[in-house]
Ligand binder design. Structure first.
Ligand code: PLZ
Length: 451
């Protein structure tokens, strides 16, 4: 374990000792106590993947009520990219809270909302005239992107992809692919949603052009371009297993959409804001979406999401057609402005690329020795290994579960993903230091070697 000692502190942020430290078996007694209260007070449908009671977090660690310090390789699912309790975010939120906490932007406007919109119009791919509307969650952003696309085109159909994840509201569950645990028992789902095959190089072996042709043919034959309001896609799939489409796939889908006046929506809720080693994942292939949805990393942990798109598309809905009581809350906007400042000026895009090198090198080395690592993939600080039966190539979700369980018991938070539940994903905060990152990765790989 690391022996780094920084000033002991009871608050979070980067001042926390950056170390893996277990002083009890995990979950420890205080965490167990909280989880018992949770079981009696919160429905079991709200699961908890990492059974600890968090009291502080920052840099690359999460500290629990028993005094255990765990290495964070999850960032609360790609949210705390600037680091938990980032000092700039804390200061901005504190100052904003003391000034005013709420007006409802559609009742009375304030600077923070407009400033976040200006920043997103500037930072998202493409230099065309853009508009941004703010919301609270990723799902809400996706819902509103679909509303805007339907309003603009006068068409209804929305095309989504295998393995897609877009949220848990009724429309976004229709857009999401995976049944368990997300959809089962919750239907009926919203109509006019059509699913086509994704490019999944490890499993389909197709080039980007071949996979795009397969998807486009299906859209044309089963839906019809003239009925299609939008094609909605994660440029790198998140919950679906960190699936990076083959080169050329995204540009071909985007070009088809443009040629057919179909709105191309990139769901960058998980991939946005430096996470993939570019400000947005669409940038890697020079794709300029008509609409980009963002959330998660945007505000350093405060709930905020955005829909950014071409001005003429975004302006289609009637006045009053877009909004929400808390949409673009002033605290969340203040946090976003501080986080965006960090993304732009603290070298976080470069940091994500450096993390990519460290993690991919380690995973590829391990893959040479272990045929159960079927695939290693991802970009920036959004990386994964897909675990399989070495003989059949079948997904091995049981092994995956054992690996993340071992990691947790040894002080490392690692998450799973994938349609088949057989992907270990690495989403460290960009504020993690190299030593802690390597140590955390080492524990996960040790768990695999022993599993
Ligand atoms: N689009 C691409 O990744 C959220 C789901 C967590 P919300 N992914 C994490 C869970 O188990 O509920 C996500 C995403 C993409 C949309 C969403 C939805 O974002 O902020 O969770 O609504």
């Amino acid at each position: 374990m690391s022996s780094t000692v920084v000033h002991p502190t009871t608050t979070g942020g980067p001042g926390l000792p950056q170390e893996r430290r277990l002083v009890t078996p995990v979950p420890g007694p205080r965490s167990t106590e909280l989880l018992a209260r949770k079981a009696a007070a919160v429905p079991s449908g709200v699961g908890v993947a990492v059974p600890i009671a968090v009291v502080a977090a920052g840099g690359g660690v999460v500290v629990d009520a028993d005094g255990n310090s765990l290495i964070d390789l999850g960032s609360g699912i790609a949210v705390t990219s600037v680091g938990n309790a980032h000092p700039g975010v804390v200061a901005a939120v504190t100052a904003q809270a003391a000034a005013f906490t709420h007006t409802c932007f559609t009742i009375a406007a304030y600077d923070g909302y407009v400033a976040v919109a200006e920043a997103l119009n500037r930072l998202t791919p493409g230099d065309h005239d853009k508009r941004t509307a703010l919301f609270n969650s990723g799902a809400e952003a996706v819902e509103n992107a679909v509303k805007v696309a339907r309003s603009h085109t006068g068409r209804q159909a929305v095309v989504v992809f295998d393995h897609a994840y877009h949220g848990r509201t009724n429309l976004t569950l229709a857009l999401t692919a995976k049944n368990q645990p997300y959809k089962s028992g919750f239907g009926p789902f919203a109509p006019e949603v059509y699913r086509v095959p994704m490019s999944y190089p490890f499993r389909d072996g197709l080039s980007g052009a071949e996979a795009a042709k397969r998807a486009i043919t299906q859209i044309e034959k089963q839906v019809g371009a003239e009925n299609t309001a939008a094609v909605l896609i994660e440029p790198i799939q998140g919950e679906g297993g960190f699936v990076v489409p083959a080169p050329g796939f995204l540009p071909a889908i985007a070009a088809w959409a443009r040629a057919n006046d179909v709105v191309f929506i990139a769901d960058e809720v998980q991939t946005g804001f430096a996470r993939t080693g570019a400000m947005f994942a669409s940038d890697h292939e020079g794709v300029v979406p008509d609409i980009v949805t963002t959330a998660k990393g945007i505000a350093g942990g405060l709930p905020l999401s955005a829909v950014t798109g071409r001005a003429e598309i975004m302006d289609a809905p009637q006045v009053g057609g877009l909004g929400g009581t808390y949409a673009g809350n002033p605290l969340a906007c203040a946090a976003a402005l501080a986080a965006i400042d960090a993304f732009e000026h603290d070298g976080l895009v470069e940091r994500a690329r450096a993390i990519e090198t460290i993690v991919l090198d380690a995973l590829r080395l391990a893959q040479q020795e272990d045929p159960r690592i079927g695939d290693v993939r991802g970009r920036g600080a959004m990386l994964a290994m897909e675990l399989v039966d070495p003989v059949t190539g079948d997904p091995d979700p049981a092994l995956t579960g054992r690996v993340v369980r071992y990691a947790f018991e040894h002080g490392v938070i690692a998450l799973t993903a994938g349609t088949y539940g057989n992907v270990v994903r690495f989403l460290p905060p960009l504020s993690i230091d190299d030593a802690l990152l390597s140590e955390g990765l080492g524990v996960v790989l040790e768990g695999l070697a022993l599993a």
